[in-house]
Design a protein around this ligand. Sequence first.
Ligand SMILES: Nc1ncnc2c1ncn2[C@@H]1O[C@H](COP(=O)(O)OP(=O)(O)OP(=O)(O)O)[C@@H](O)[C@H]1O
Ligand SMILES: O=P(O)(O)O[C@@H]1[C@H](O)[C@H](O)[C@@H](OP(=O)(O)O)[C@H](OP(=O)(O)O)[C@H]1O
Length: 290
Amino acid sequence: MLKIPDHQVAGHEAGAGKLGPLVDDSGRFYKPLQSGKRGAEEAAFYESFSSNTKVPEHIRKYFPTYYGTKVMKASTGVEHPHIVLQDLASTRVNPSIMDIKIGSRTWGPEASDAYIAKCLERDRESTSVTLGFRLSGLQVFINNESGFYKPNRDFIHKIGPDDVRVILRKFVSSNPSEKLDTAPDCSLASSVYGGTNGILAQLLELKAWFEDQTIYHFNACSVLFMFEKGLVLNGASSNAEVKLIDFAHVTEGKGVIDHNFLGGLCSLIKFISDILETMGHTATNGQLEV
Ligand SMILES: Nc1ncnc2c1ncn2[C@@H]1O[C@H](COP(=O)(O)OP(=O)(O)OP(=O)(O)O)[C@@H](O)[C@H]1O
Ligand SMILES: O=P(O)(O)O[C@@H]1[C@H](O)[C@H](O)[C@@H](OP(=O)(O)O)[C@H](OP(=O)(O)O)[C@H]1O
């Protein structure tokens, strides 16, 4: 049975007459090919990436598994080609998820002047230019009674660097709320951001690859942070995951480092490290002891 995903936090959403992703009960996520070159280029990226032997195995786990493309009835009711992916949320019950678009620049080298102008406006209005990344959307599970803290898109579009800092803290707090002025307790920071398998460790592993890889330039891609609060509270070992998604603007690296993505990633790492440091973790050799 196909349905609209329960846990989408950003991007184009399926609705009455609106094209958006669908999921099934076997753990697959169907992303409709976007209009123009974007859909075809995203599918081409997945084809290239999934067969590229230069991508190390320990890096592949940061990407959703790709199952090809399929023409099928879309959310609009009309037949449309879709990219078939692993549904990253399918094994989770109440996932806390954050989508962070990486890079101070969100277009590729061959973008038209009109497209650059559209992106530049968004990059300047958001924290992309100042921080090298911006929050695209999030949901944080509070409890069964209150459900999720899920700020709306208009609010997310307006936030500045200080708000980003607060929201990254709220994401790992027991008391997230609509107000930006409350003090998030960061009670889950050590388990979610810290630890040998936590989000910081995963970001550092990705960073090491980005310092070296020159195969692709990940223009306008997002990292997804995901964890299950219930498992953290039960003391299970870290269930936090980092994934990369949204590859409609990936271009060839042509032997050059993806400095736009790498810079944004370093900036995000600094924000996460700062949160852990304020929780009493100490930095040694550029890595945090957690
Ligand atoms: N493989 C996946 N499994 C589960 N959820 C996913 C997956 N890919 C994307 N999502 C969800 O869908 C959202 C949008 O994904 P994506 O960025 O690929 O779509 P988009 O419409 O291209 O976005 P944009 O408008 O930012 O370009 C993500 O924030 C995430 O919540
Ligand atoms: O961050 P938001 O508010 O979700 O805005 C969307 C985001 O900037 C996407 O990256 C962009 O798709 P592209 O990157 O593929 O251009 C999309 O453009 P669109 O609405 O023209 O598809 C925007 O609506």
